[in-house]
Design a protein around this ligand. Structure first.
Ligand code: SAM
Length: 478
């Protein structure tokens, strides 16, 4: 097959010491579980295949150059990792994607290198990409271009799991259960090893969800540990032990989460009620008069996303996040505590173009619709964290841009860290104390100077101060 290629595609396959980024994402998203068969289509030297085998995955790898002898058979999950980029013929590229889709029974996971890597790829223009001096070809995709392309070829509803990683689901139930987990990730149960701890786990679940679970929703060991109790006994136990206020708050939270889920689902194309995960079906039954009512309310929520004054109002009223003249900034730890409309805003951007794996603060603009995920890896350690990268998605044009500050000598940094967190975050008092002492020392008198490393350092010197961890002290003489 490689004889007909116009580029040296085999050279694009690298030896992998660790799992690729897309495979790691898919593992974290529970798409590569041991009960699913996996095909790594275009597996190159097979690094991911070996690592996933060690993780007990039932995986085979096929590659036209490195493993042409493997028989191609359908699998629950098909990985198409960095293959589309290297195919110089657009018709063959499309055909390869189609074939991968035909082989996928539950989900196809497509990943591609993105345009933000442009500076790393040098070469002459060729077809719709670049031919490097090593005769390898690269077509770099825009993040939402990749999602649109996969949607167009597969005609499936696709989700961007991360920038450059798209999931195309064949099975609606698998797609919806992935979305539900993504939107309400804290549905985990407490660990239990005896009846007492199983009851504690049950009560905790009731308080968080706002309703009792069905047996099918319980982890197997909880269901087994509680099996000897009669339904009436369990009901009484829960009624006597659960804190009614918490249950009411849990019910409110679940109602909003359900609306959020249905609105995201509408943004992604809505399916029928019986394709929803069981827990969501039960939430709809418990907290709405009907599925129709729940959908109407979530449709209204989605419509509000277009309303500038509504969004601005939600941001001003939000107890969470730092509001500036252009946007609201929220720490990752507090993002689920934002008003539902703002959570929806962030989710829609992430479904369209992928939320990066590493991020600390989300920035939501109130004029226009754009979300940036900003990475401050030392947020909790550094009193004034420095930015490492930012990834922006414009929801109107679906354009994305990425900026790395790794080699920047004078990086932007943060002040008043507590403002990005929820007021009850345990770190808030410490961060607030530092801000107060910095204010008192006159360090915020020239706000236009302190936004970057050099300016901030100069102001520290001017005010005769230095930082020891999160404490501001007088600068040592000399
Ligand atoms: C950049 S490598 C990626 C290898 C592997 N998936 C990984 O991420 O380590 C691209 C691979 O695509 C394979 N390839 C090229 N054309 C293909 C096609 N039409 N169908 C499937 N794989 C193809 C090449 O042989 C090469 O091993």
């Amino acid at each position: 097959m490689q004889k007909t290629w116009n580029s040296d595609r085999r050279r694009t396959a690298i030896g992998r010491a660790a799992l690729s980024v897309p495979a790691r994402q898919a593992l974290a998203d529970r798409q590569l579980s041991p009960d699913r068969t996996i095909l790594d289509y275009g597996c190159g030297r097979g690094g991911d295949v070996r690592t996933l085998e060690r993780l007990d995955c039932k995986i085979t790898g096929w590659d036209p150059y490195y493993r042409p002898e493997t028989g191609l058979a359908p699998a629950d999950v098909v990985l198409l990792t960095y293959v589309l980029n290297v195919i110089e013929d657009p018709a063959e590229r499309r055909q390869t994607l189609k074939q991968a889709w035909e082989l996928a029974q539950t989900v196809l996971i497509v990943s591609a290198r993105l345009t933000w890597e442009k500076s790393k790829v040098r070469g002459e223009e060729f077809s719709d990409g670049l031919l490097t001096s090593r005769q390898t070809f690269q077509h770099l995709f825009g993040a939402s271009e990749l999602r649109n392309y996969v949607e167009e070829v597969t005609r499936a509803r696709c989700v961007s799991a991360a920038p450059g990683v798209v999931y195309a689901f064949k099975d609606d139930a698998a797609r919806l259960s992935y979305l539900a987990h993504r939107i309400v990730p804290n549905a985990e149960w407490l660990a239990s090893e005896d009846t007492t701890s199983a009851i504690t786990a049950l009560v905790d679940h009731v308080e968080r969800r706002g309703r009792p679970p069905r047996v099918e929703e319980m982890p197997r060991n909880v269901a087994e540990l509680l099996a000897h109790l009669k339904a009436g006994e369990l009901k009484r136990l829960v009624r006597d032990t659960a804190d009614p206020e918490r249950v009411t708050d849990g019910a409110k939270g679940t109602t909003l989460n359900t609306l959020l889920f249905l609105a995201v689902e509408l943004f992604n194309g809505r399916g029928p009620f019986n394709s929803l995960p069981l827990s969501v079906q039960l939430d709809v039954r418990a907290f709405f008069t009907s599925y129709k009512e729940a959908c109407q309310r979530s449709d209204r929520l989605l419509l509000k996303l277009r309303d500038d004054s509504y969004i601005r109002g939600a941001m001003s009223a939000s107890a969470i996040g730092k509001l500036t003249p252009t946007a609201i900034y929220v720490h990752r730890r507090a993002i689920d505590r934002m008003p539902t409309i703002l959570r929806l805003y962030e989710h829609c951007a992430s479904i369209a173009a992928g939320r990066p794996r590493e991020w600390t603060i989300a920035k939501l603009k109130h004029q226009g619709r754009a979300v940036s995920w900003l990475d401050y890896p030392e947020f909790d350690k550094d009193p004034h964290p420095r930015i490492l990268s930012s990834y922006l998605v414009d929801l109107k044009s679906l354009e994305t841009s990425h900026m790395s500050y790794a080699n920047s000598a004078n990086r932007p940094l943060l002040h008043r860290k507590h403002e990005f967190l929820a007021p009850d975050d345990p770190e808030v008092p410490r961060y607030r104390r530092l801000t107060d002492s910095e204010l008192k020392a006159g360090l915020y008198e020239h706000p236009h100077l302190i936004g970057t490393e050099n300016g901030w350092e100069a102001e520290l010197i001017r005010c005769g101060r230095e930082l020891r961890g999160h404490r501001l002290v007088r600068r040592a003489a000399g």
